[in-house]
Design a protein around this ligand. Structure first.
Ligand SMILES: *Cc1c(COP(=O)(O)O)cnc(C)c1O
Length: 387
């Protein structure tokens, strides 16, 4: 019988070493030794699956990859030094000069900058589709289109995209559907079930969950991952064994942590919805969310991020941030510590005002990554700052 998610998160393990350790040790080694000349030759000829050099593979990254594959229902994966290394290497490995990416308009700020400023250097183009009009996607497909790319929920606006609808479009047009699943984590949503070919995570967020390390991963079919592996073992964006060890340990408590993140986030969202100094609140599991039904269909819970707008525009927004006492003013998310961010002046400041408006990032918008402190203390701090 297939094991349940929580069990896989704890019991997916590489072979024990000669010391029969219970907890997986760290393999801080850059290379691995060969038994003899024949072993050396056969290893490099890829006649056997084994570790050669930690830029290619390492027991700790292999363990982390295996766990995420189990959680996402994927065949294989490659682990990266950061989420952006995963995004870039995935595009670079799969696309050629002249190819075209069809991406949702609401995406992480650095991914937007990659699409608009760097990929064009290698003649890789893109178009954006609006997330509330998936019909538009089919009109934007060109003979050069190879990839459909999206996040759900999105950063920072927590919009939700219909993954099943995206999966159908990708399949019909034989395009590779890549989903950045960072905001949901594998615990809340498994895009492969809905037709995604590849799933990307920034391990930095909910996977680590304690704001310690950067990391990233791409998982999916063996054939696509093999291309990503060939590119990455040469170009060197690999995750360090130490960070892989941290991330793999963190996954053991992912379900527990994310349950609490989501319970806290929903309570905060409900509080904000009733507050007179708040113009609007967006959280996938609030009934008022425009995609509430889709969120319920594809996610187990609503996630850790709540977006809202402080009444009174930029000036009121600044006052709000300056009045915050307990929560951190920081740019991370998915941390045990609650974090408030001002997307317009931080993570999405590289976008023009028009680009920000198009994805719903207003000057008064606040993104809260709801942490694991007691919900009463989180709400108290936000309530006094709103006052
Ligand atoms: C943070 C983030 C990334 C990038 O991850 P890093 O680990 O910071 O490189 C990519 N996508 C989303 C949705 C993110 O929130």
């Amino acid at each position: 019988m297939e094991k349940k998610f929580e069990t896989k998160a704890i019991r997916t393990q590489i072979e024990r070493s000669q010391f029969l350790e219970h907890s997986v040790p760290m393999y801080l080694t850059s290379s691995f030794v060969f038994e003899d000349a024949e072993d050396m030759r056969a290893s490099f000829a890829e006649e056997k699956e084994r570790n050669i050099y930690s830029r290619y593979s390492n027991p700790n990254s292999s363990e982390f990859i295996e766990k995420v594959c189990q959680m996402e229902g994927a065949e294989d994966g490659f682990a990266f030094a950061s989420g952006m290394a995963a995004v870039f290497s995935t595009f670079a490995a799969l696309l050629e000069s002249g190819d075209h990416i069809l991406s949702a308009r609401s995406i992480f700020g650095s991914t937007h900058t990659l699409l608009t400023q760097f990929l064009p250097k290698w003649n890789i183009g893109h178009s954006y589709f609006k997330i509330d009009n998936l019909d538009e996607i089919e009109q934007l497909i060109t003979p050069k289109t190879k990839v459909i790319y999206a996040e759900s929920p999105t950063n920072p606006g927590v919009d939700v995209l219909d993954l099943e609808a995206l999966g159908k479009i990708a399949k019909k047009h034989r395009l590779i559907l890549i989903i950045d699943n960072c905001f949901a984590s594998p615990y809340l949503q498994q895009p492969i079930k809905f037709g995604a070919d590849l799933v990307i995570h920034s391990g930095t967020k909910l996977m680590d969950g304690q704001g310690r390390v950067l990391g990233g991963i791409t998982v999916g079919s063996k054939a696509l991952i093999d291309k990503i592996y060939r590119f990455s073992r040469i170009t060197g964006p690999a995750l360090s064994p130490f960070n892989a060890w941290i991330l793999s340990k963190s996954l053991e408590t992912l379900g527990l942590r994310v349950d609490r993140h989501c319970a806290n986030a929903l309570q905060l969202a409900e509080f904000l919805e009733r507050h007179k100094n708040v113009n609007w609140v967006r959280y996938p599991f609030l009934k008022s969310h425009p995609k509430y039904e889709i969120a319920k269909k594809q996610m187990k819970l609503g996630g850790c991020v709540v977006a809202f707008e402080v009444a009174g525009g930029l000036e009121a927004g600044r006052k709000f941030f300056d009045a915050i006492q307990l929560l951190s003013l920081s740019a991370n998310l998915g941390d045990s510590r609650s974090i408030v961010t001002h997307p317009a002046s931080t993570t999405h400041s590289k976008l023009s005002i028009e680009e920000r408006t198009a994805v719903g990032i207003t000057d008064g918008m606040v993104r809260v990554s709801v942490g694991l402190e007691h919900i009463d203390d989180i709400i108290d701090d936000i309530a006094q700052a709103l006052k």
